[in-house]
Design a protein around this ligand. Structure first.
Ligand code: UDP
Ligand code: MG
Length: 314
């Protein structure tokens, strides 16, 4: 029996690239079907993430033209991670394997062949890893690489240079459905499910058209989400810093008492101000980090739905 593949593609305001890349995806799917790598029931599943342009119209048009295209639409823009999750959860009961990929043509679709053959060798998760970033701007490369480094030092288990281009079997997705958190960071969560996994390498190209929807602010918030939803190291660091500062001030107190006893108590204004500022700063940062976690807990306790599908093309 050939495996049924669902290619899950999140789309947000992608009217410029979609007409181009949808053809590429379809050609790839057809060649995989023709070479008997996957079953003819395989589909390309677009997830419209509340686009404001004609993306959803394009998806509906594509679905009416070819049975291999299907689409779902989120009721509003919820962000890339939620869109991917919506697609994966939609696909998990209809297929044997899913491959999630961005719709801008940056990820090399030819890596799919290798992903599928790795699946056939028994791997349930296959990570697509970028072997180079030559086409990225220096800024993007620098920020992205710092991002992975910070994640790793913070104890988040994630695959270096892997974004959200990966093959996941429906078996893994059935288990993943039990991860109910609303703060999503898929590339850190999927490794937690376990199962046999491997990586395939590809080089990342430039966006075919349109603009990146990941400006620095979104990248930073993804990084903060990634760290705070998968690691409690920052809280530990605060505790460590607290102990360090406490020890330091202990030394300071002894010094102050000794100085006072020796009659060397001059105005002392500068040192007082320094200490107050320093401790004040540390406290505010610590409160901020703790607040970040409390915010997360607050959002998790609401158990709000992580995605709402408002329309389907089928
Ligand atoms: N995307 C999405 N919702 C968003 C932002 C982006 O579904 O709110 C999709 C987008 O259409 C694309 C993928 O996520 O398919 C990656 O986005 P983008 O290419 O802008 O990010 P970059 O590759 O620059 O990191
Ligand atoms: Mg992109």
């Amino acid at each position: 029996m050939l495996p049924v593949l669902y290619v899950v593609i999140p789309c947000y305001n992608e009217q410029e690239v979609l007409p181009v890349t949808s053809k590429m995806f379809l050609d790839k799917l057809k060649s995989l079907i023709d070479s008997k790598a996957i079953a003819d029931e395989s589909r390309i599943l677009f997830v419209n993430d509340g686009s404001r342009d004609t993306t959803w119209e394009i998806i509906k048009q594509l679905s009416s033209e070819n049975k291999h295209f299907i689409g779902i639409s989120q009721s509003r823009n919820r962000g890339h991670q939620n869109a991917v999750l919506a697609g994966l959860m939609e696909a998990k009961d209809c297929c044997d394997i899913t491959i999630s990929i961005d719709c801008d043509g940056q990820d090399d679709i030819n890596a799919m062949d290798e992903m599928i053959s790795e699946y056939k060798k028994g791997n349930e998760i296959v990570y697509g890893v970028r072997s180079n970033r030559d086409t990225d701007t220096f800024f993007k490369r620098f920020t992205a690489q710092s991002f992975y480094k910070v994640l790793n030092t913070m104890g988040v288990e994630s695959v270096y240079n892997h974004a959200d281009y990966r093959l996941i079997s429906s078996r893994v997705l059935q288990e993943f459905a039990n991860f109910e958190e609303v703060n999503l960071f898929l590339r850190g969560m999927i490794p937690l499910v376990g199962f046999q996994s491997t990586s395939v390498y590809y080089s990342r190209a430039e966006r075919l058209a349109g603009e990146s929807h990941y400006p620095l602010s979104k990248m930073l918030s993804l990084a903060v989400d990634g760290i705070t939803s998968l690691s409690i190291k920052p809280i530990r660091l605060i505790t460590g810093a607290g102990i360090f500062v406490a020890l330091l001030s202990f030394v300071g107190i002894i010094w102050a008492v000794v100085a006072a006893m020796m009659g060397a108590t001059v105005s002392g204004w500068a040192s007082t101000i320094c200490v107050v500022c320093f401790i004040g700063g540390i406290q505010l940062i610590s409160l901020g980090v703790i607040g970040e976690y409390i915010g997360k807990i607050y959002l998790e306790t609401k158990h709000r739905p992580r995605y709402i599908i408002s329309e389907r093309t089928y």
